[in-house]
Design a protein around this ligand. Structure first.
Ligand SMILES: [Zn+2]
Length: 189
């Protein structure tokens, strides 16, 4: 069982010297939005030189805000950023997409086959939730074609959100294999 493994590891962790006490206000006064990709685990912080207590980390599938949520400007990501800004002193935001993202180039046929194999009927869901068609389902999922464009769009949604003050928001793409971070050039988009 996965759970047993986690509990055994946790026991081992607790044998170590206690962690230093760190406040919940991010030292760098920064929030970092990135993806849920498993290859970012531990690599992401090392690649950016981030220590425990430095930044707020927020992860969504694709480091994105899905189309339906962009329209209402009140996504869970915006809510989390608002909490970071108003309650925890965040004054700058970085949106960091990555290469080889699972939300890029999603194959609709594979998506629906995977849902069906797990007992979820895509057609029924699209109907029930008023998604319109398969493209609507893809938009709900947050699927995109170009990671650079996606990062730019998310940066703009955050910059224009009525829930947030005007603070710096920058976009980047990290190479999932090398860890190289590159700013997204907004002029080119
Ligand atoms: Zn990803």
């Amino acid at each position: 069982m996965i759970e047993e493994e986690i509990l055994i590891n946790n026991e081992r962790f607790l044998q170590q010297p206690p962690l230093p006490l760190v406040g919940h206000t991010p030292r760098k006064r920064m929030a970092v939005v990135t993806c849920m990709d498993c290859r970012l685990v531990r690599m992401f912080e090392d690649a950016l030189g981030l220590e425990r207590g430095d930044v707020l980390e927020m992860r969504t599938a694709g480091a994105t805000i899905s189309m339906p949520e962009r329209a209402t400007a009140s996504s869970d990501l915006i809510r989390s950023l608002a909490g970071g800004v108003y309650l925890l002193g965040v004054r700058k935001i970085a949106v960091i997409g990555h290469t080889e993202c699972g939300l890029a180039h999603v194959n609709p046929a594979m998506l629906t086959a995977s849902m069906q194999a797990l007992g979820v009927d895509p057609a029924k869901l699209i109907e029930q939730e008023g998604l319109g068609d398969l493209n609507g389902l893809m938009r709900w999922l947050g699927a995109f074609n170009d990671v650079h464009i996606n990062v730019c769009e998310v940066v703009n949604v955050i910059r224009n959100s009525p829930y947030l003050p005007r603070i710096p928001v920058q976009g980047y793409v990290i190479d999932i294999n090398s860890g190289k971070l590159a700013p997204v050039d907004e002029e080119e988009r």
